[in-house]
Design a protein around this ligand. Sequence first.
Ligand SMILES: [Mn+2]
Length: 291
Amino acid sequence: MGYQFLGPSYAAQLRDAGFAICPLPYDATASYGVGARNGPARIIEASQQLELFDEELETEPYEAGIHTMPPVEMPIEPHKAKELCQNKARELFDQEKIPIFIGGDHSISIGIIEAASNIFDRLTVLQLDAHTDMRDEYQGTRLSHACVARRAMERCRVVQAAVRSSSKEEWDLLKKMNALPITAALIKRGLKGATDSILARIETENLYITIDVDCLDPSVMPATGTPEPGGLDWYELTYIIREATKRHRIVGFDVVELAPIPGLHYPEFTCARLIYKVIGYIIHATGSMAR
Ligand SMILES: [Mn+2]
């Protein structure tokens, strides 16, 4: 079948592509359910079953050119892994592609966000996640999946949504920073109002979106390391992202923390569909593929 999103017949060369998919199969820092390193391959395999036509947008997003890079060989050591993610991200930003990173555990986003914040001076990160990921250090490293938002906040503004799990220390810190998340409970109480609150907090034109698949409810997304009850459904998640693409320039996004369950196909298909959907939203919002 080939290691190409949507399959080899619909793959674009990098130079012709508006979007570049970069698989980062890494899970050295995952704490509970491991297996996120298998995420990229399963998602790319599942993507070959997608319809090319998006019935909501009435377009065929692949026409904007989607290139899939070979999976990056990830070192285990967290600093080396972070640096490699950062270099890959910088390469793609420099080539003016809209990069899509497939994890891997959430720690891959640390290097990517660092690269993005160096290139785009006014940048906000929208983090869709069940967890706050605000620990300064976790299991002996400051580059853990549990530290992603903490590291990102050292570089740019971060807006968190769909949260429903945090430690007291993380929560107190967010409160002190006047940056408490838009929780999943708030979104459940009123999608439109909560989405307006999310968007009101994004003050920059440039937006990077990091999607931890555990933002989704475990009934929709059981295949993840730390599933939390009370998550978003498909329409809530895609509504928030669609509204964000209408008002901001999406410089790139990632989908992380899929830990495939053997024999259960719908979680990886959901991830593939989500990636294709977000590509569609970006194209729809900008009116063309390239920037
Ligand atoms: Mn999470």
